[in-house]
Design a protein around this ligand. Structure first.
Ligand code: APR
Length: 250
């Protein structure tokens, strides 16, 4: 049984506009490694930071393509966990609920969230690195990176690499939602990658209450109004239960 601060529960029973930012920690209990977890198997010797960049793709497109093919298969093999489903339930509990994610695994939509802004793209989508055309099918040549059927450009995952700009529409939607929210959750993220990491301070600057739910302390922990240390798959369902029990006993 988790004892939540009374003020937090009281605030949540009154909140109208909620924004949630999630990171890889929310998918950890689905069996996906977080971004800064050690890589496994044949990828153990690579640092993700050295693979997730336009320079890495230009240098060795096949290595980068194969790493994302391996991660895509890992994503296809997992399902949302209790934390994802709790966030889907939260969307129906508040008049305005916006989910902003750094995750590229698509698990929030799979769990039922409708308003999802994927700041870093989606690993299950593939596009041409030259003309930008999206495609669902590509050749399975183990020797070469598949090519675009329109322009023969090399295909790449539709994710944001280090040094690339975020999809503007997604970022703008996130900033607009943060500017008018009552409460901002930062869940399962180390809060080190910009601009996502700035959303919490943007929320504070408009007077929102900031709540962190994370397995360990982060740079945000000291600034958050409430910092709940724990796994999102346990904390989120318990938080919903606590809010609902207050509302039902009114
Ligand atoms: N519940 C809650 N938090 C968890 C859990 C869990 N079950 N498991 C891990 N965490 C926490 C870790 O303690 C860590 O602070 O989730 C955080 C994950 O941090 P990162 O691995 O840095 O992932 P993330 O914050 O999403 O990275 C942000 O950086 O590298 C880029 O594009 C990449 O989207 C990624 C971005």
């Amino acid at each position: 049984m988790i004892d939540f601060p009374v003020d937090l529960i009281r605030f949540l029973t009154k909140a109208q506009r909620v924004v949630v930012l999630t990171g890889a920690g929310v998918s950890q209990e689905s069996g996906l490694r977080t971004f800064r977890d050690a890589q496994e198997g044949l990828w153990a010797k690579y640092d993700p930071m050295d693979l997730a960049s336009p320079e890495a793709f230009a240098r060795d497109p096949k290595l980068v393509w194969d790493w994302y093919a391996w991660r895509r298969e890992a994503v296809k093999g997992v399902r949302p966990n209790a934390g994802h489903y709790a966030l889907a339930e939260m969307e129906s509990m508040f008049p305005m609920f916006t989910l902003v994610t750094q995750n590229v695994d698509g698990l929030h939509r799979m769990a039922g969230n409708k308003t999802v802004h994927e700041l870093h793209g989606n690993i299950l989508r593939v596009r041409c690195s030259q003309c930008g055309t999206f495609t669902e099918i590509w050749g399975d040549d183990s020797e070469h990176v598949p090519q675009c059927q329109l322009c023969n450009g090399l295909l790449r995952p539709d994710v944001v690499w280090f040094g690339e700009s975020l999809p503007l529409a997604e970022l703008e939607a996130a900033v607009i939602a943060v500017r008018s929210c009552d409460i901002f959750f930062s869940i399962g993220t180390s809060g080190v990658v910009q601009p996502a990491a700035s959303l919490a301070s943007a929320a504070r600057s408009v007077g929102s209450v900031v709540v962190e739910i994370n397995a360990e302390a982060t740079p945000l922990t000291q600034q958050a109004d409430f910092s709940l240390l724990g796994k999102s798959g346990s904390v989120l369902p318990a938080l919903i239960t606590a809010v609902k029990s207050v509302v039902q006993n009114r």
